[in-house]
Design a protein around this ligand. Structure first.
Ligand SMILES: *Cc1c(COP(=O)(O)O)cnc(C)c1O
Length: 408
């Protein structure tokens, strides 16, 4: 069979959707042609269980070079002493860290999913909350930011084996040094999960956790703009050894060599000056969103952003839930996701907010004035979410707009 037309037509349809929509999901991005080329390559044919120089299959001498290069580039990018590039995703990376450092039943202390954490940080329905005991610290109800004194207080009560910092929906700078002090005070490991902010960390636009955390995990497909996957880094040799064993043979079989090739390419791309310019524009665009939404009368959670994302309270402004806002925006080709806000009175399924991220639109070449334009479209749509005439007018305007930012 040459081509599966059913599937290829659907891929084409998804490409059209990606071109037509304004992508504001904070965890998404458009990766480069070079990365996609590697991911679609013949490397997918190769089994390479094990690590370079120590594989369970023959014929690995060529792919070994790819993994070695990926590891070296990653270590350079984050100034890390040890790196594992095999985790299939961010969740797998976290699972490997837990397996390396914890026993079943051990205690994890993290921010809860509803306040901005991740499923794999001890959520009851996730393995991390079933195999381990998940305990959570909270945000300061007034500032909606991390309260390190309170985290220390809770850590002293919980006595966790692992403290996690790094979030899916938190817009402010994280003080990793303070987290390490807390971890040391209660004799816990510190795990920094920089899945969202790794592109900013790689370009020094957010402080790096590597000098402080015992272990650092990330995805490679969010702000880092690489292929879909996970990574683990540490400066401690003993932990590096445990992590390698936990990834393989602990929880994964053959690594995805085509993805590891894509990761290697992304790590080199991220070392170029243009990537730092990109990340700076990501920050500028997120700030532009905050200013625009404030001007329109929205409450921005925590009042500002220091990174690539922000959460706005749509319920307070329009008496519409996050879920309804997401649906309304989807109907005018703006893709966002509903989000709970700290101490939300709506059920998590609905939420009072939407999360907005600038990485994808920035890759597409949009700048501050475009963020202002998008904000005003969002406001107009939410204000008129029952008015089909207005929504239809917005669809026309947005289609014209996105056609000016081609995706190759
Ligand atoms: C996205 C994310 C992950 C998980 O990544 P997947 O690749 O979807 O498994 C882990 N931790 C945090 C904080 C994230 O935001």
């Amino acid at each position: 069979m040459n081509k599966d037309h059913v599937i290829f037509n659907i891929i084409q349809e998804e490409f059209e959707r990606q071109k037509k929509h304004i992508e504001l999901i904070a965890s998404e991005n458009y990766t480069s042609d070079a990365v996609m080329e590697a991911q679609g390559s013949i490397l997918t044919n190769k089994y390479a269980e094990g690590y370079p120089g120590n594989r369970y299959y023959g014929g690995c001498e060529v792919v070994d070079k790819i993994e070695e290069e990926a590891i070296e580039r990653l270590k350079t990018l984050f100034q890390a002493s040890f790196a594992n590039v095999q985790p299939h995703s961010g969740s797998q990376a976290n699972a490997a860290v837990f397996q390396a450092l914890l026993k079943p039943g051990d205690k994890i202390l993290s921010l809860s999913l509803n306040e901005g954490g991740h499923l794999t940080h001890g959520y009851p329905l996730n393995f991390s909350g079933k195999v381990y005991q998940g305990f959570h610290y909270s945000l300061d109800p007034k500032t909606e930011t991390l309260d390190y004194e309170d985290i220390l207080k809770i850590a002293k009560i919980v006595r966790p084996q692992l403290i996690i910092t790094g979030y899916s929906s938190y817009s402010r700078t994280i003080d990793f040094k303070k987290f390490r002090e807390i971890a040391d005070e209660v004799g816990s490991y510190l795990h920094a999960d920089i899945a969202h902010i790794s592109g900013l960390v790689a370009t020094n636009l957010h402080p790096s956790p590597l000098p402080y955390a015992h272990v650092v995990t990330s995805t490679t497909h969010k702000t880092l703009r690489g292929p879909r996957g996970g990574i683990i880094m540490t400066n401690i040799e003993e932990i590096a050894k445990k992590v390698d064993k936990a990834v393989f043979p602990g929880m994964q079989g053959g690594p995805l060599m085509h993805v590891i090739a894509g990761k290697a390419i992304a790590f080199l791309e991220a070392q170029q000056p243009a990537f730092k310019d990109y990340q700076q524009q990501v920050l500028n665009n997120a700030k532009a969103f905050v200013q625009a939404f404030k001007k329109l009368g929205y409450r921005v959670i925590s009042g500002d952003t220091d990174n690539h994302l922000l959460v706005i309270d749509v319920f307070q402004k329009h008496q519409i839930t996050g879920l309804d806002a997401q649906k309304t925006l989807d109907s005018i080709y703006i893709t966002t996701n509903k989000n709970t806000i700290p101490f939300d009175t709506q059920k998590p399924k609905y939420g009072s907010g939407i999360r907005i991220g600038s990485p994808a639109v920035t890759t597409r070449g949009m700048i501050e004035k475009d963020m202002e334009q998008i904000s005003s479209w969002i406001d107009e749509a939410l204000k008129n979410h029952k008015n089909d005439v207005v929504l239809e007018k917005l669809r026309k305007e947005i289609s014209l707009f996105t056609s000016q930012f081609p995706l190759k």
